[in-house]
Design a protein around this ligand. Structure first.
Ligand SMILES: [Zn+2]
Ligand SMILES: [Zn+2]
Length: 258
């Protein structure tokens, strides 16, 4: 298969409040370890000719600066929660340099929220400097962004359908606590999977650490990284040392190449 070589960069690995959380004095939020500083969850996916980001978090601007991203071809959205869409306005800088609209890939649920929450982008207002986007509505069907083929995987975040994405050997799933059998088939054969693992205690809409570990084993994927972590999960180094072989906590700045 001629799948392009990819570089994946974790731009953020924190839950919606980020780590540290504003005002919190817990052991994790006070940690000086860089791996305990987690911006909101997002990854950068790059082939030789295409650079895309999964989600535009409230930290999107800083994430682009920190990863030194000079050109961005596309944004692929998982779901409409604010910690995954709030940074969309800042694609303006890329419009300015590329002189073209940003390619946006979103399902109908996310599209509806984008149209509501960024009404000025969609209402035909030609005010210079507003974000320029080209919206591509996606469903469960595979699609291609630039030269990167992508398979959407439908997962559940309590009752909300959320899209995970498979990029060749690499599967990225954030904000889920249930994956049906049909969708699991699409994941099988991945060499690396990213899953959300919020904390140890049960949560209504996210996998816990143990649920995520069990899922990696059930899917029989040799390498896994966890993301979307809360300060409640504990310090990176302590938790990471306890994990089974082949499973690690992701951290902001981690890169993988396939
Ligand atoms: Zn989230
Ligand atoms: Zn804290």
């Amino acid at each position: 298969m001629n799948y392009p070589e990819l570089k994946i960069t974790f731009l953020g690995t924190g839950t919606s409040s980020g780590v540290p959380m504003i005002g919190c004095r817990c052991d994790v939020c006070l940690s000086t370890d860089k791996k305990d500083k987690r911006l909101r969850s997002s990854i950068l996916v790059q082939s030789k000719t295409t650079t895309l980001v999964v989600d535009t978090t409230p930290d999107f601007r800083y994430q682009m600066l920190r990863a030194d991203v000079k050109l961005l071809d596309a944004v692929v959205f998982t779901h409409p929660h604010k910690d995954h869409v709030a940074g969309l306005d800042d694609i303006r800088a890329f419009n300015f340099f590329s002189q073209k609209p940003m390619e946006i890939y979103a399902n109908a649920l996310t599209e509806e929220a984008l149209r509501r929450e960024f009404i000025y982008v969609f209402n035909g207002n030609k005010y210079p400097g507003i974000p320029k986007i080209n919206l591509n509505t996606i469903s469960a069907e595979p699609f291609i962004a630039g030269d990167i083929p992508i398979i959407p995987i439908s997962v559940y975040h309590l009752n909300m359908p959320v899209l995970g994405f498979r990029f060749g050997k690499f599967t990225y799933i954030t904000d889920a606590n249930r994956i049906d059998d049909n969708e699991r088939k699409k994941i099988k054969g991945s060499e690396v999977i990213v899953l959300n693992a919020l904390r140890r205690e049960k949560h209504i809409s996210h996998f816990t650490l143990n649920e995520a570990i069990k899922l990696v084993n059930d899917l029989n994927i040799p390498q896994a990284y966890f993301t979307h972590m809360s300060h409640q999960i504990g310090r990176h180094n302590e938790i990471n040392n306890e994990l089974p072989e082949g499973i690690e906590l992701a951290w902001d700045g981690l890169t993988l190449i396939f």
